[in-house]
Every structure is written in C-alpha cells, then in structure tokens.
Write a protein that binds this ligand. Structure first.
Ligand SMILES: [Ca+2]
Ligand SMILES: [Ca+2]
Length: 114
C-alpha cells in the first residue's frame, strides 16, 4: 500500500499591491515659451510623473489645478492620461505678455462607479 500525503492547498493569496506610493514628478519646472499667434490646441509641454505602484494604483491622471497671472483658468488644457498641455486659445502679447504659471497635479486613481 502506498500512503500519499497531500499537503493542504496554499490558501494564502498572493500579496496584493496597495496604493501606497504617490506619483513623483521628476521635473518640477517646465519653462517653455509660446509664440504670439500660436493656434489653439498647440502642445506646449508634456508633463510626466511616475508612480511605483502597479496597475491602476500606479496610473497617473493629470489635471490643471491653477493657472496664475492674468491668464484665466481655461487658457490651457491638459490630457489627463498623457500629460500633454495644450493651448485653448490664441495669445496676444499686447494683451498679456505672460508669464503664465500653470500648476499641474496628479490625481488619485479614479473610482469607477458602476
Ligand atoms: Ca499610487
Ligand atoms: Ca504599492
């Protein structure tokens, strides 16, 4: 007779990653200039941030939190996934010569509401 000893199945789940890392912006200041008459939707900067978490926890979403100076919010827009900042309108030096100070922030992963 052969005795077979079966070990219990490994019940411990694989450790799941936690959202315990914040996005890091390796470059904290982008200094770009915009030519007068630049058409709307022109790309003026690409912001990047990295998050060491895996999967959705490591996905960075970008948004503009503030546009300072005489520029009003809405002068620029940012692609929430690529970080590309684009112009929303045209610029006239006689009206405002800048600088525009755009503050970009990263969002926590979005909650999916079903
Ligand atoms: Ca994270
Ligand atoms: Ca983690």
């Amino acid at each position: 007779m052969l005795n077979v000893c079966l070990s219990p199945p490994f019940l411990e789940p694989f450790p799941q990653d936690e959202n315990d890392e914040d996005p890091i912006f390796p470059v904290s200041l982008y200094n770009n200039s915009i030519a007068e008459g630049t058409p709307p939707t022109t790309s003026v900067a690409r912001i990047t941030a990295t998050d060491e978490d895996s999967g959705e926890f490591g996905t960075v979403y970008y948004s503009i939190s503030n546009v300072d100076s005489a520029g009003t919010n809405g002068t620029f827009s940012i692609d929430e996934t690529t970080g590309v900042v684009r112009t929303n309108g045209t610029f006239d030096r006689e009206t405002f010569s800048g600088p525009y100070i755009i503050t970009v922030r990263s969002n926590e992963p979005k909650l999916t509401v079903i």
